[in-house]
Design a protein around this ligand. Sequence first.
Ligand SMILES: NC(=O)c1ccc[n+]([C@@H]2O[C@H](COP(=O)([O-])OP(=O)(O)OC[C@H]3O[C@@H](n4cnc5c(N)ncnc54)[C@H](O)[C@@H]3O)[C@@H](O)[C@H]2O)c1
Length: 456
Amino acid sequence: MSLDRSGRRTEGCDSCMGQTSSQGPRMSAPVRVLVVGAGSRGEIYSEFASIHPERMRVVGVADPRKFARTKLQKQHKIPDDNTFDNWHSLLEKDKFADAVLICTPDRHHKEPAVAFAKKGYHILLEKPMATTAEDCKAIVEASTESGVMLSVGHVLRYDPNVHKIKDLIDAGVIGDVIHIQHLEPVGFYHFAHSFVRGNWRNEAESSFALLAKSCHDIDLIHNWAGARRCVKVSSFGSVSHFNKDNKPKGAADRCLDCSIEKDCPYSACKIYIDRVKQGDSGWPVSVICPNSLPDIESVTEALRTGPYGRCVYECDNDVCSNQVVNMEFEGGLTAAFSMVAFTEEICNRKTTIYGSKGELSFDGYEVRVFDFLTQRSTNHKAHKNVLLPFGMSGHGGADYHLMDAFISAVANNDPSLIRSGPEETLFSHLLVFEAERSRREGRIVYCGDIKKSSGL
Ligand SMILES: NC(=O)c1ccc[n+]([C@@H]2O[C@H](COP(=O)([O-])OP(=O)(O)OC[C@H]3O[C@@H](n4cnc5c(N)ncnc54)[C@H](O)[C@@H]3O)[C@@H](O)[C@H]2O)c1
């Protein structure tokens, strides 16, 4: 099975929700999928079956949390026999689905990915692939040897506007790419929620921030650089502000008990309670009550006893709140990436790509190209209808497009429909590990031949 760049799909960036894709004939039966990890991501991806029951059916689920697996079971009418509190039991059954969506926490990706690949299931694996380079390679090896398709949850590759950038570069509209500048603004309360109090706050429990949050961005930069290999990388970053030294005088250990929380932008009362009071139980409120639906009582209880009620200056967080990565690719192409927690915007990336013939910029909404010869600008806005009621509007609709591509790939037995396949994803993950090595060791890392070291 070859997933090289030339085999990759380049059309379809404007495909609309609700339309059938233009990807040729499909199997007449819907693609049957299993869900391993029925949390936030597992539930979102499963929604594709509600939008397109003729294309996908969720036929099995495994999650140790009863509340999560029962919710998914009810939504998709999954028989009791196919509902488990652990994925090993799903795997022990004779193969009864075409694909599996692996949406477990970061440190629980490798084992199920390798095991389901060996059993012949096509795999949609959430990012990061795994938390070590060795485990990432093992996953790619297992899927290649078993001849199954592997798609990694690099959703931004499927964002129609982001894909437009790649199309414009490949069409030569800005000439040779000389420099890429890319910013990921995480958002002040998003960072406090996920990376100070929440699931991705502590490297030993999840992974370092560049992998957990910014593997998407390094993957995009790698993709925009085309076939050019990254030769050198350097990185700096640290945990700023969110530590005991910055705890204001008089602050309590929990926001519910804090007499000065009104003056704190990171107060859990503001982030969660105020939202529920206004009738907003969407993210981030939706993910803080592990065993019930969020309402004022359950949210208050979660803040009283759970991790999300802690003072942001009293957490066990150790992942970077700000990090820069500089890269040099073959032919002198340079790239500068910044991730920062302290922003108004939430994950709305800003990109400028400087080429020999023009400058391309993307503000998260529209792609603009300034042509040096004509001195004119052209705006490009990819069409993306988003089916809000189905909850698949995440990442600017990219979640939907990723599922659309994966289900079409499985239905048509055509891996070229997958933009985030094993080879490129492994290379960009290896680059993330090299960048983090540079930050830790305080030196420039010479990347060597990532392709050779990947074993592909
Ligand atoms: N593609 C993206 O942009 C994106 C965005 C957010 C999260 N993620 C990634 O998706 C993954 C899941 O994140 P989430 O936000 O859904 O987290 P979550 O905590 O909401 O869901 C994870 C679920 O996995 C379950 N689980 C834990 N161990 C398990 C096991 N051994 N077997 C089966 N289920 C198990 C948990 O009970 C939970 O329900 C993570 O790796 C995360 O980094 C990707």
